[in-house]
Structures are given as C-alpha cells and as structure tokens.
Design a protein around this ligand. Structure first.
Ligand SMILES: [Zn+2]
Ligand SMILES: [Zn+2]
Length: 130
C-alpha cells in the first residue's frame, strides 16, 4: 500500500468515526465506539479507533468526559453540562434544565474572564432508580 493510499484509508476511517460520534447523543466510551465502528468497518483495529479519538480530542474537535470507570466522548463541543450516573456510568446532556449553567459565561470574575465551562453533575439516572 502506498503512503497516499494509507492516508486515504485513514481519512475515511477518521470521518467515519467522527460521523458516528456526531450521530449519537449517548456519549460512548472508546470501547463502544470501536464496537460500533467495527460493525461497518470490520478491518479497523482498536488501536486505530483509540488513536483517532485521542487525536480529535487533542484538536478540540470532540470533548472527553471523564467518569470513574472510563472516558466518554461527545462530538458536541458546545458548552453544556453533563449528568453522570454513579450506578451505570451513563452520561446524559443537561441542556434545557440548566440554563443557569452558562450564566457566568463571558463574565469577568475575580480570577479572570470565563470563556468556557465544564460542569458535571453526579447522581443516579431514572433508569437505575427504578
Ligand atoms: Zn444509571
Ligand atoms: Zn454532551
């Protein structure tokens, strides 16, 4: 395989992973992304998926949410808070319920001006409460 063929394949895999992440709201872990991508691209390796995800993260194209068990990925990089279930580890978007979350954005506080925020709420999700 030539370098340009390799590069082409890499680009296709990358955009596939990105499109998948964009299409879900479930904040999948790298493991879940790998499983889902493998259904469509059976030849992809776990290492590639992990590398691509880290690369996106480093470039700020996706965001990572750390929970105690794993890291979850989100292609939605707009400022929004997350709710993390302490039982199942699922990550949920908290948007409309938390309009106050963004209240300090662009505000000057003692320490400086706020450009972005990351807020995680922890609790037990309604599925686990049952
Ligand atoms: Zn739960
Ligand atoms: Zn999110």
């Amino acid at each position: 395989m030539t370098i340009s063929q390799k590069r082409e394949r890499m680009t296709a895999q990358k955009s596939f992973i990105f499109d998948y992440l964009k299409s879900v709201k479930t904040h999948p872990s790298a493991e879940v992304v790998y499983k889902e991508i493998k259904k469509k691209l059976p030849n992809i390796s776990q290492g590639t998926v992990y590398r691509v995800l880290n690369n996106f993260k480093e470039k700020g194209e996706i965001q990572a949410i750390d929970t105690k068990d794993t890291v979850h990925f989100d292609a939605d990089i707009s400022d929004h808070a997350h709710f993390i279930c302490e039982k199942c580890g699922n990550v949920f978007d908290v948007m409309s319920e938390c309009s106050e979350c963004g209240i300090l954005k662009n505000k000057k506080i003692k320490a400086g001006k706020i450009n972005h925020y990351k807020i995680n709420f922890y609790g037990v999700c309604s599925a686990c409460k049952k």
